[in-house]
Write a protein that binds this ligand. Sequence first.
Ligand SMILES: Cc1cc2nc3c(=O)[nH]c(=O)nc-3n(C[C@H](O)[C@H](O)[C@H](O)COP(=O)(O)OP(=O)(O)OC[C@H]3O[C@@H](n4cnc5c(N)ncnc54)[C@H](O)[C@@H]3O)c2cc1C
Length: 389
Amino acid sequence: MTDYDVIIIGSGAGGLTAAVALARAGKRVLVLEQHDRPGGWTHSFTLNGYRFSPGVHYIGDLQEGGGLRRIYDGLDVSQDLAFIELNPDGYDHIVVGEKQVDFPKGRENLIERLKGHFPHEAQGIDGYFADMDAMIRGLRNIGRMDKPLEAAKGAGNILKWMRATGADLINAHINDPVLRGVLAGQSGDHGLPPSKVSAFMHAGITDHYLNGGYYPMGGAFTIPRAFVRGLKRSGGQIRLKSRVKRIMMEGRKVLGVELESGEEIRAGVVISNADPEVTFGKLIGREHLSAKLKRKLDGVTYSTSCLSLFFATDMDLRGAGTRLRQYVVLRSRGRGQDLRGRFDRRADARGDAAWDVPDRDDVERPVEDARDGGDGGTSYLRVVRVRGL
Ligand SMILES: Cc1cc2nc3c(=O)[nH]c(=O)nc-3n(C[C@H](O)[C@H](O)[C@H](O)COP(=O)(O)OP(=O)(O)OC[C@H]3O[C@@H](n4cnc5c(N)ncnc54)[C@H](O)[C@@H]3O)c2cc1C
Protein backbone atom coordinates (compact mmCIF):
# COMPACT_ATOMS: atom_id res chain seq x y z
CA MET A 1 0.00 0.00 0.00
CA THR A 2 1.46 3.36 -0.99
CA ASP A 3 1.18 6.53 1.07
CA TYR A 4 0.54 8.64 -2.05
CA ASP A 5 -0.15 8.09 -5.75
CA VAL A 6 2.47 10.64 -6.74
CA ILE A 7 5.41 12.24 -4.96
CA ILE A 8 6.86 15.36 -6.55
CA ILE A 9 10.39 16.33 -5.62
CA GLY A 10 10.67 20.11 -5.71
CA SER A 11 8.13 22.91 -5.67
CA GLY A 12 9.45 25.00 -8.57
CA ALA A 13 7.07 26.22 -11.25
CA GLY A 14 7.37 22.84 -12.97
CA GLY A 15 6.79 20.75 -9.86
CA LEU A 16 3.82 22.76 -8.68
CA THR A 17 2.19 22.76 -12.11
CA ALA A 18 2.40 18.96 -12.23
CA ALA A 19 1.19 18.74 -8.63
CA VAL A 20 -1.91 20.88 -9.12
CA ALA A 21 -2.81 19.15 -12.41
CA LEU A 22 -2.51 15.69 -10.84
CA ALA A 23 -4.33 16.63 -7.64
CA ARG A 24 -7.16 18.07 -9.72
CA ALA A 25 -7.26 14.76 -11.60
CA GLY A 26 -7.97 13.04 -8.28
CA LYS A 27 -4.49 11.73 -7.48
CA ARG A 28 -3.12 11.70 -3.94
CA VAL A 29 -0.18 14.09 -4.33
CA LEU A 30 2.66 15.04 -2.01
CA VAL A 31 5.21 17.74 -2.90
CA LEU A 32 8.53 17.61 -1.04
CA GLU A 33 10.59 20.80 -1.02
CA GLN A 34 14.06 21.14 0.51
CA HIS A 35 13.81 24.92 1.00
CA ASP A 36 11.84 26.60 3.80
CA ARG A 37 9.49 28.12 1.22
CA PRO A 38 7.91 26.92 -2.00
CA GLY A 39 8.56 28.18 -5.52
CA GLY A 40 12.12 27.31 -6.50
CA TRP A 41 13.25 30.19 -8.72
CA THR A 42 9.84 31.82 -8.34
CA HIS A 43 10.29 32.30 -4.59
CA SER A 44 10.82 35.71 -3.00
CA PHE A 45 13.03 36.57 -0.06
CA THR A 46 13.16 39.53 2.31
CA LEU A 47 16.28 41.41 3.40
CA ASN A 48 16.16 44.40 5.73
CA GLY A 49 12.50 44.87 5.00
CA TYR A 50 12.87 44.75 1.20
CA ARG A 51 11.37 41.91 -0.76
CA PHE A 52 13.34 40.53 -3.71
CA SER A 53 12.25 38.06 -6.36
CA PRO A 54 15.35 36.68 -8.07
CA GLY A 55 13.88 34.49 -10.81
CA VAL A 56 10.97 36.41 -12.27
CA HIS A 57 11.38 39.73 -14.04
CA TYR A 58 8.48 39.50 -16.40
CA ILE A 59 6.11 36.90 -17.74
CA GLY A 60 4.52 36.81 -21.18
CA ASP A 61 1.59 35.11 -22.89
CA LEU A 62 -0.90 36.37 -20.30
CA GLN A 63 -3.17 38.22 -22.71
CA GLU A 64 -6.75 37.01 -23.23
CA GLY A 65 -6.42 33.56 -24.82
CA GLY A 66 -2.65 33.44 -24.21
CA GLY A 67 -1.09 30.02 -23.59
CA LEU A 68 0.15 30.67 -20.05
CA ARG A 69 -3.08 32.37 -19.09
CA ARG A 70 -4.99 29.30 -20.24
CA ILE A 71 -2.75 27.15 -18.06
CA TYR A 72 -3.41 29.36 -15.00
CA ASP A 73 -7.15 29.38 -15.77
CA GLY A 74 -7.24 25.65 -16.47
CA LEU A 75 -5.53 24.85 -13.18
CA ASP A 76 -7.92 27.23 -11.40
CA VAL A 77 -5.11 29.27 -9.85
CA SER A 78 -5.94 32.57 -11.62
CA GLN A 79 -8.26 33.57 -8.79
CA ASP A 80 -5.20 34.10 -6.56
CA LEU A 81 -3.04 35.84 -9.16
CA ALA A 82 -2.91 39.45 -10.27
CA PHE A 83 -0.47 40.84 -12.82
CA ILE A 84 0.64 44.34 -13.65
CA GLU A 85 1.44 45.00 -17.26
CA LEU A 86 4.87 46.39 -18.07
CA ASN A 87 4.94 49.48 -20.25
CA PRO A 88 3.15 48.35 -23.46
CA ASP A 89 5.21 50.79 -25.48
CA GLY A 90 8.50 49.34 -24.22
CA TYR A 91 8.46 46.31 -21.96
CA ASP A 92 12.05 45.59 -22.91
CA HIS A 93 14.63 48.28 -23.61
CA ILE A 94 17.44 46.76 -25.62
CA VAL A 95 20.55 48.92 -25.64
CA VAL A 96 23.30 48.00 -28.08
CA GLY A 97 26.11 50.54 -27.99
CA GLU A 98 24.46 53.90 -28.67
CA LYS A 99 21.30 52.36 -30.05
CA GLN A 100 18.26 51.79 -27.87
CA VAL A 101 15.25 49.90 -29.17
CA ASP A 102 12.15 49.66 -26.99
CA PHE A 103 10.13 46.53 -27.67
CA PRO A 104 6.41 47.40 -27.81
CA LYS A 105 3.58 45.00 -27.14
CA GLY A 106 2.18 43.35 -30.28
CA ARG A 107 3.93 41.49 -33.08
CA GLU A 108 3.06 44.07 -35.77
CA ASN A 109 4.09 46.96 -33.51
CA LEU A 110 7.45 45.32 -32.88
CA ILE A 111 8.02 44.71 -36.59
CA GLU A 112 7.14 48.34 -37.35
CA ARG A 113 9.41 49.59 -34.56
CA LEU A 114 12.33 47.49 -35.79
CA LYS A 115 11.80 48.65 -39.36
CA GLY A 116 11.71 52.25 -38.15
CA HIS A 117 15.16 51.82 -36.60
CA PHE A 118 16.56 49.61 -39.37
CA PRO A 119 14.72 50.50 -42.61
CA HIS A 120 17.48 48.91 -44.72
CA GLU A 121 16.63 45.55 -43.09
CA ALA A 122 12.86 45.68 -43.71
CA GLN A 123 12.84 42.59 -45.90
CA GLY A 124 15.06 40.64 -43.51
CA ILE A 125 12.84 41.56 -40.56
CA ASP A 126 9.75 40.23 -42.39
CA GLY A 127 11.60 37.02 -43.27
CA TYR A 128 12.82 36.57 -39.69
CA PHE A 129 9.33 36.90 -38.20
CA ALA A 130 7.77 34.71 -40.92
CA ASP A 131 10.25 31.92 -40.17
CA MET A 132 9.73 32.33 -36.44
CA ASP A 133 5.94 32.07 -36.83
CA ALA A 134 6.31 28.95 -38.98
CA MET A 135 8.56 27.33 -36.37
CA ILE A 136 6.18 28.07 -33.50
CA ARG A 137 3.19 26.86 -35.56
CA GLY A 138 5.14 23.72 -36.40
CA LEU A 139 5.78 23.01 -32.73
CA ARG A 140 2.16 23.61 -31.78
CA ASN A 141 0.86 21.26 -34.48
CA ILE A 142 3.35 18.50 -33.96
CA GLY A 143 1.64 15.13 -33.65
CA ARG A 144 -1.85 16.57 -34.20
CA MET A 145 -3.83 13.69 -35.62
CA ASP A 146 -6.88 15.93 -36.14
CA LYS A 147 -4.88 18.23 -38.45
CA PRO A 148 -2.60 15.90 -40.41
CA LEU A 149 -1.88 18.36 -43.23
CA GLU A 150 -0.82 21.09 -40.82
CA ALA A 151 1.15 18.63 -38.74
CA ALA A 152 3.03 17.53 -41.88
CA LYS A 153 3.69 21.13 -42.93
CA GLY A 154 4.89 21.91 -39.41
CA ALA A 155 7.19 18.91 -39.44
CA GLY A 156 8.93 20.40 -42.50
CA ASN A 157 9.69 23.57 -40.58
CA ILE A 158 10.86 21.62 -37.57
CA LEU A 159 13.24 19.56 -39.69
CA LYS A 160 14.56 22.70 -41.40
CA TRP A 161 15.57 24.38 -38.14
CA MET A 162 16.07 21.33 -35.94
CA ARG A 163 19.84 21.60 -35.68
CA ALA A 164 20.05 25.39 -36.09
CA THR A 165 20.96 27.90 -33.40
CA GLY A 166 19.33 31.21 -32.57
CA ALA A 167 22.28 32.92 -34.29
CA ASP A 168 21.63 30.86 -37.45
CA LEU A 169 18.04 32.06 -37.45
CA ILE A 170 18.97 35.70 -36.96
CA ASN A 171 21.89 35.62 -39.40
CA ALA A 172 19.82 33.92 -42.10
CA HIS A 173 17.81 37.12 -42.41
CA ILE A 174 19.72 40.00 -40.89
CA ASN A 175 23.04 41.56 -41.93
CA ASP A 176 23.19 44.64 -39.73
CA PRO A 177 25.31 43.67 -36.69
CA VAL A 178 23.48 46.09 -34.39
CA LEU A 179 20.10 44.66 -35.36
CA ARG A 180 21.52 41.18 -34.83
CA GLY A 181 22.42 42.31 -31.32
CA VAL A 182 18.95 43.79 -30.75
CA LEU A 183 17.23 40.56 -31.83
CA ALA A 184 19.53 38.66 -29.48
CA GLY A 185 18.66 41.07 -26.67
CA GLN A 186 16.34 38.67 -24.87
CA SER A 187 19.06 36.00 -24.62
CA GLY A 188 19.28 36.63 -20.88
CA ASP A 189 15.84 35.02 -20.64
CA HIS A 190 17.21 31.62 -21.60
CA GLY A 191 20.75 32.21 -20.36
CA LEU A 192 22.71 31.17 -23.44
CA PRO A 193 24.38 33.12 -26.23
CA PRO A 194 22.50 32.95 -29.53
CA SER A 195 25.27 30.81 -31.03
CA LYS A 196 24.58 28.09 -28.48
CA VAL A 197 20.86 28.17 -27.98
CA SER A 198 18.52 26.15 -30.18
CA ALA A 199 16.71 28.22 -32.79
CA PHE A 200 13.43 26.97 -31.31
CA MET A 201 14.28 28.19 -27.81
CA HIS A 202 15.26 31.58 -29.22
CA ALA A 203 12.04 31.76 -31.25
CA GLY A 204 10.00 30.54 -28.28
CA ILE A 205 11.30 33.26 -25.97
CA THR A 206 10.70 36.02 -28.52
CA ASP A 207 7.22 34.67 -29.22
CA HIS A 208 6.43 34.35 -25.49
CA TYR A 209 6.75 38.11 -24.98
CA LEU A 210 5.20 39.30 -28.27
CA ASN A 211 2.00 40.25 -26.45
CA GLY A 212 3.78 42.20 -23.75
CA GLY A 213 5.27 41.52 -20.35
CA TYR A 214 3.58 41.24 -16.95
CA TYR A 215 4.77 41.26 -13.37
CA PRO A 216 3.01 39.40 -10.55
CA MET A 217 1.54 42.00 -8.18
CA GLY A 218 3.28 41.79 -4.81
CA GLY A 219 6.25 39.80 -6.06
CA ALA A 220 7.05 36.44 -7.62
CA PHE A 221 6.11 34.49 -4.48
CA THR A 222 2.44 35.12 -5.25
CA ILE A 223 2.74 32.53 -8.04
CA PRO A 224 3.76 29.57 -5.84
CA ARG A 225 1.34 30.83 -3.19
CA ALA A 226 -1.51 30.59 -5.71
CA PHE A 227 -0.38 27.11 -6.75
CA VAL A 228 -0.04 25.85 -3.18
CA ARG A 229 -3.54 27.14 -2.41
CA GLY A 230 -4.81 25.37 -5.54
CA LEU A 231 -3.00 22.19 -4.53
CA LYS A 232 -4.55 22.21 -1.07
CA ARG A 233 -8.02 22.96 -2.48
CA SER A 234 -7.69 19.75 -4.48
CA GLY A 235 -6.55 17.70 -1.50
CA GLY A 236 -2.82 17.72 -2.31
CA GLN A 237 -0.11 18.29 0.28
CA ILE A 238 3.26 20.01 0.45
CA ARG A 239 6.05 19.58 2.98
CA LEU A 240 8.81 22.17 3.24
CA LYS A 241 12.34 21.64 4.63
CA SER A 242 12.10 18.08 3.33
CA ARG A 243 15.11 17.24 1.22
CA VAL A 244 14.88 13.98 -0.68
CA LYS A 245 18.04 11.90 -0.32
CA ARG A 246 17.19 9.13 -2.77
CA ILE A 247 14.49 7.72 -4.95
CA MET A 248 13.89 4.16 -3.76
CA MET A 249 13.96 1.58 -6.51
CA GLU A 250 13.39 -2.15 -6.81
CA GLY A 251 14.95 -3.13 -10.10
CA ARG A 252 13.45 -0.61 -12.50
CA LYS A 253 10.37 -0.03 -10.35
CA VAL A 254 9.99 3.09 -8.22
CA LEU A 255 8.93 2.49 -4.62
CA GLY A 256 9.01 6.03 -3.24
CA VAL A 257 11.59 8.34 -1.68
CA GLU A 258 13.82 8.51 1.35
CA LEU A 259 14.25 11.90 2.99
CA GLU A 260 17.48 13.15 4.46
CA SER A 261 15.93 12.59 7.90
CA GLY A 262 15.72 8.86 7.08
CA GLU A 263 11.95 8.88 6.71
CA GLU A 264 10.64 6.76 3.84
CA ILE A 265 7.50 7.72 1.92
CA ARG A 266 5.97 5.34 -0.59
CA ALA A 267 4.35 6.18 -3.92
CA GLY A 268 3.88 4.44 -7.24
CA VAL A 269 5.05 7.46 -9.19
CA VAL A 270 7.83 9.91 -8.41
CA ILE A 271 8.26 13.08 -10.45
CA SER A 272 11.47 15.01 -10.01
CA ASN A 273 11.57 18.76 -10.52
CA ALA A 274 15.32 18.79 -9.78
CA ASP A 275 17.86 19.04 -12.60
CA PRO A 276 18.99 15.89 -14.45
CA GLU A 277 22.29 15.51 -12.60
CA VAL A 278 20.56 15.67 -9.20
CA THR A 279 17.71 13.41 -10.33
CA PHE A 280 19.60 10.69 -12.19
CA GLY A 281 23.12 11.14 -10.83
CA LYS A 282 22.27 11.51 -7.12
CA LEU A 283 18.68 10.61 -6.30
CA ILE A 284 18.52 7.52 -8.50
CA GLY A 285 22.25 6.81 -8.77
CA ARG A 286 24.25 6.05 -11.89
CA GLU A 287 24.33 2.35 -11.08
CA HIS A 288 20.61 2.16 -11.90
CA LEU A 289 20.94 3.87 -15.29
CA SER A 290 21.23 2.30 -18.71
CA ALA A 291 24.46 2.92 -20.64
CA LYS A 292 22.49 5.10 -23.05
CA LEU A 293 21.08 7.29 -20.30
CA LYS A 294 24.51 7.58 -18.64
CA ARG A 295 26.01 8.77 -21.93
CA LYS A 296 23.18 11.27 -22.30
CA LEU A 297 23.72 12.54 -18.77
CA ASP A 298 27.46 12.88 -19.33
CA GLY A 299 26.72 14.94 -22.43
CA VAL A 300 24.67 17.55 -20.57
CA THR A 301 26.44 20.88 -20.30
CA TYR A 302 24.98 23.33 -17.88
CA SER A 303 24.45 26.92 -18.97
CA THR A 304 26.14 29.92 -17.47
CA SER A 305 25.72 30.65 -13.79
CA CYS A 306 25.00 34.18 -12.79
CA LEU A 307 25.64 36.68 -10.05
CA SER A 308 22.67 38.83 -9.18
CA LEU A 309 22.95 42.10 -7.36
CA PHE A 310 19.84 43.35 -5.62
CA PHE A 311 19.47 47.09 -5.15
CA ALA A 312 17.01 49.05 -3.08
CA THR A 313 16.34 52.72 -3.66
CA ASP A 314 14.65 55.33 -1.52
CA MET A 315 13.32 57.21 -4.52
CA ASP A 316 9.57 57.39 -4.95
CA LEU A 317 9.04 55.07 -7.91
CA ARG A 318 5.32 55.37 -7.60
CA GLY A 319 5.60 59.15 -7.83
CA ALA A 320 7.77 58.78 -10.90
CA GLY A 321 5.05 56.83 -12.65
CA THR A 322 3.30 53.54 -12.55
CA ARG A 323 4.64 51.75 -15.56
CA LEU A 324 7.13 48.95 -15.12
CA ARG A 325 9.96 48.39 -17.53
CA GLN A 326 13.29 46.71 -17.72
CA TYR A 327 16.54 47.43 -19.44
CA VAL A 328 18.74 44.93 -21.17
CA VAL A 329 22.10 46.46 -21.93
CA LEU A 330 24.21 44.43 -24.33
CA ARG A 331 27.86 45.14 -23.79
CA SER A 332 31.09 44.17 -25.38
CA ARG A 333 34.01 43.19 -23.16
CA GLY A 334 35.88 46.48 -23.15
CA ARG A 335 34.26 49.60 -21.81
CA GLY A 336 33.11 51.76 -24.74
CA GLN A 337 34.21 49.19 -27.31
CA ASP A 338 32.22 49.24 -30.52
CA LEU A 339 29.77 46.37 -30.53
CA ARG A 340 29.75 46.43 -34.31
CA GLY A 341 33.33 45.20 -34.28
CA ARG A 342 32.47 42.53 -31.72
CA PHE A 343 29.56 41.18 -33.71
CA ASP A 344 31.49 41.30 -36.98
CA ARG A 345 34.40 39.30 -35.68
CA ARG A 346 32.77 35.90 -35.81
CA ALA A 347 36.02 34.02 -35.99
CA ASP A 348 37.13 35.52 -32.68
CA ALA A 349 33.93 34.86 -30.88
CA ARG A 350 34.19 32.07 -28.35
CA GLY A 351 30.45 32.10 -28.21
CA ASP A 352 30.09 32.57 -24.48
CA ALA A 353 27.80 34.88 -22.65
CA ALA A 354 27.96 36.44 -19.26
CA TRP A 355 25.87 38.58 -17.08
CA ASP A 356 27.91 41.70 -16.74
CA VAL A 357 28.38 43.80 -13.64
CA PRO A 358 26.67 47.09 -14.40
CA ASP A 359 28.79 50.21 -14.29
CA ARG A 360 27.63 53.58 -13.06
CA ASP A 361 26.11 54.65 -16.40
CA ASP A 362 24.13 51.49 -16.75
CA VAL A 363 22.59 51.93 -13.34
CA GLU A 364 22.00 55.65 -13.67
CA ARG A 365 20.38 55.52 -17.06
CA PRO A 366 17.20 53.76 -15.94
CA VAL A 367 17.11 55.57 -12.60
CA GLU A 368 17.28 58.96 -14.34
CA ASP A 369 14.73 57.76 -16.82
CA ALA A 370 12.36 56.87 -14.01
CA ARG A 371 12.91 60.25 -12.36
CA ASP A 372 12.48 62.35 -15.49
CA GLY A 373 10.37 60.20 -17.73
CA GLY A 374 6.84 60.92 -16.48
CA ASP A 375 5.30 57.54 -17.11
CA GLY A 376 8.18 55.30 -16.18
CA GLY A 377 9.06 53.64 -12.90
CA THR A 378 12.18 51.53 -13.18
CA SER A 379 12.02 48.09 -11.77
CA TYR A 380 14.71 46.03 -13.38
CA LEU A 381 18.06 46.38 -14.95
CA ARG A 382 19.67 43.46 -16.63
CA VAL A 383 23.05 43.93 -18.15
CA VAL A 384 23.86 41.08 -20.46
CA ARG A 385 27.01 40.55 -22.42
CA VAL A 386 26.27 38.46 -25.46
CA ARG A 387 28.95 37.17 -27.75
CA GLY A 388 29.08 34.66 -30.49
CA LEU A 389 26.84 36.11 -33.20
C1 LIG B 1 18.05 34.85 -12.59
C2 LIG B 1 16.83 34.28 -13.25
C3 LIG B 1 15.90 35.14 -13.82
C4 LIG B 1 14.76 34.63 -14.43
N1 LIG B 1 13.83 35.51 -14.97
C5 LIG B 1 12.68 35.01 -15.50
C6 LIG B 1 11.66 35.86 -15.99
O1 LIG B 1 11.80 37.07 -15.96
N2 LIG B 1 10.54 35.31 -16.50
C7 LIG B 1 10.34 33.96 -16.56
O2 LIG B 1 9.30 33.52 -17.03
N3 LIG B 1 11.29 33.11 -16.10
C8 LIG B 1 12.43 33.61 -15.57
N4 LIG B 1 13.41 32.77 -15.09
C9 LIG B 1 13.20 31.33 -15.25
C10 LIG B 1 12.30 30.74 -14.21
O3 LIG B 1 12.39 31.40 -12.98
C11 LIG B 1 12.72 29.29 -14.05
O4 LIG B 1 12.92 28.71 -15.31
C12 LIG B 1 11.67 28.46 -13.41
O5 LIG B 1 11.21 29.06 -12.23
C13 LIG B 1 12.30 27.11 -13.13
O6 LIG B 1 11.33 26.27 -12.57
P1 LIG B 1 11.59 24.76 -12.37
O7 LIG B 1 10.36 24.19 -11.76
O8 LIG B 1 12.06 24.12 -13.61
O9 LIG B 1 12.86 24.60 -11.39
P2 LIG B 1 13.30 25.29 -10.03
O10 LIG B 1 12.67 26.62 -9.83
O11 LIG B 1 14.79 25.21 -10.02
O12 LIG B 1 12.71 24.32 -8.91
C14 LIG B 1 13.34 23.15 -8.50
C15 LIG B 1 12.94 22.93 -7.06
O13 LIG B 1 13.38 21.63 -6.65
C16 LIG B 1 13.86 21.73 -5.34
N5 LIG B 1 14.73 20.58 -5.10
C17 LIG B 1 15.87 20.24 -5.80
N6 LIG B 1 16.42 19.12 -5.29
C18 LIG B 1 15.61 18.73 -4.26
C19 LIG B 1 15.65 17.63 -3.36
N7 LIG B 1 16.62 16.71 -3.39
N8 LIG B 1 14.66 17.54 -2.43
C20 LIG B 1 13.66 18.46 -2.37
N9 LIG B 1 13.59 19.52 -3.21
C21 LIG B 1 14.55 19.65 -4.15
C22 LIG B 1 14.57 23.06 -5.30
O14 LIG B 1 14.77 23.54 -3.97
C23 LIG B 1 13.57 23.92 -6.09
O15 LIG B 1 12.58 24.48 -5.26
C24 LIG B 1 14.56 33.24 -14.48
C25 LIG B 1 15.49 32.38 -13.92
C26 LIG B 1 16.61 32.88 -13.31
C27 LIG B 1 17.60 31.92 -12.71
